[in-house]
Design a protein around this ligand. Structure first.
Ligand SMILES: [Zn+2]
Length: 145
């Protein structure tokens, strides 16, 4: 019988990874799209990034801690730089998997990069906004419930 016990991460690493994801960490706020200061509610009107009509529609401020998400006018234009970095990272990762591991041709690899960037576009858009606001606002324990 096939044993998967070799592929399960050791307990210590698992605990460290779960601590990185728990409430209060920036990674939690970035991945869930919650308010960076209190992490009690989503910043977005619709949590699902695949509903394109509400992809970038956000609440004006957090109902729990009162944090205004658009810190200054056109604040999220800066997220374009984060988005660029994320897209480059995705492109490099796709190229490595496609060209070096799966041994595809250059042409196929570039098509794979294009497809990966198109498919991940809504997620990258939200992650870049989440990362950008988390660069300026930190979790504050006072607002923890
Ligand atoms: Zn909040």
């Amino acid at each position: 019988m096939f044993c998967i016990c070799k592929f399960v991460a050791p307990k210590k690493e698992k605990v460290i990874f779960l601590q990185m994801l728990k409430k209060g960490s920036k990674l939690n706020s970035i991945l869930t799209g919650t308010c960076p200061r209190c992490q009690n509610e989503s910043m977005y009107l619709d949590k699902n990034p695949l509903h394109f009509s509400k992809l970038i529609k956000m609440h004006e401020k957090c109902s729990h801690c009162g944090l205004r998400y658009e810190i200054e006018p056109s604040f999220f234009y800066g997220a374009m730089y984060v988005s660029y970095g994320l897209n480059v990272a995705i492109s490099i990762a796709t190229f490595i998997v496609s060209y070096l591991i799966l041994d595809s041709s250059i042409k196929t690899s570039f098509i794979a990069i294009l497809v990966a960037n198109i498919l991940l576009f809504p997620f990258v858009l939200r992650w870049s906004r989440n990362i950008y606001i988390n660069m300026f606002v930190s979790f504050d324990n006072k607002f923890r419930k």
